[in-house]
Design a protein around this ligand. Sequence first.
Ligand code: LLP
Length: 420
Amino acid sequence: MHYFEYREGHLYCESVPIREIIEKTKTPVYVYSYRTLERHYQVFDRAFKKIPHLICYSCKANSNIAVMSIFRNLGGGADIVSGGELYRALKANIPADKIVYSGVGKTDEELKSAINANILMINIESEGELDAIARISSRLKREVRVSIRVNPQIDPKTHPYITTGLKKNKFGIIWEDALRLYKKMKNHKYLKPVGISSHIGSQILELSPFLDAVRSLKDMLHELKSLGLEIKYFDIGGGLGITYKDEKAPHPEEYGDVIINEIKDLDVTLILEPGRVIVGNSGILVTKVLYIKEVPGKMFLIVDAAMNDLIRPSLYSAYHEIAPIIDKRDFKRKKVDIVGPICESGDFFAKDRLLPEVDAGEFIALYSAGAYGFSMSSNYNSRPRPPEVLVKDDKFFVIRKRETKMDLIKGESIPDFLRV
Ligand code: LLP
């Protein structure tokens, strides 16, 4: 459920008409619903209430510090994958002991900041990384809590670009190596193996891959216990899918039940790293139709948003529901391609989509844009990135301003020899 709906013919986010927002911000603009974000977090949280757990929101999905603050206020932590995300998490006042850090290519600099911040745990993804953490923590003379991200070699049956738990993927450490590395850390002065983790992919619509991964982690946990290691955190990553079109996504409660049933007798705290399931359907991207262009056999709606603002259709052929912000559900439909102004044929939001007739100057909304929307945006074609707005009840707040032309060249300079 979300809070975007037509009222008297106009699209509202909670109690604010979208029209009112775009009068102020212009388009394109991302609009997020506070109540939806809150509700999605709470539903997910409640699904695990029977067991000790911590929700580390995967902030790569939407890393605006206002959005992160919502989950902080609801008791959540963060799953980060870079020094930049650590910075954001701390700026959002997320307690360090609720931050977990994954990623295959952590630099010395990044590891140092994570160790100094004393985060809950670093999920190690290779032996080289383990050695780097050992070296840095010894130099800093600081203990560091770690876990190994195990690659359970499970097919989550999702898009190949977002599968992460297969043998051929760059993520995690295969079983045999993981065991060896845990043994290697056992008596280390500064490395404290306190957890075990995995993340098998994203937009997963079946429960069985999660179940397989949990069982595999459980086997590993027993092995580690028999080695005398005290593993307190059982991190199963994120990945639960959502409905973009007509997919049947499992309800968080079903997901919760399946997992609780597997791990309820283990003496551990479950860590979850949901991203998309919390923020995906909490946001829309609103864009203006600039031109309607017809060529034989094709009609294009050229809009003022582009692949630099929302890259998912171009990158993954992802489907996003699209509809005018005026209720035209009863209007005649036409097949159109919805495209942006960027000089690439890959710059499209939808192809051969049946859409009610709209005129140039009208506004349309792209749904399910709250996850991996703004966070994957860029400045390609020197397009300033759009603003982000958070709506709560009958108020709205600009939580990120539209970038300016000055922002586009920030940090650039012309060497003297090129000056005229
Ligand atoms: N934990 C780790 C270690 C991850 O790598 C990810 C996502 C998550 C948690 C959160 O997964 P989620 O709950 O959002 O599925 N850009 C792609 C998705 C990439 C996901 C990368 N990792 C997209 O737009 O579909």
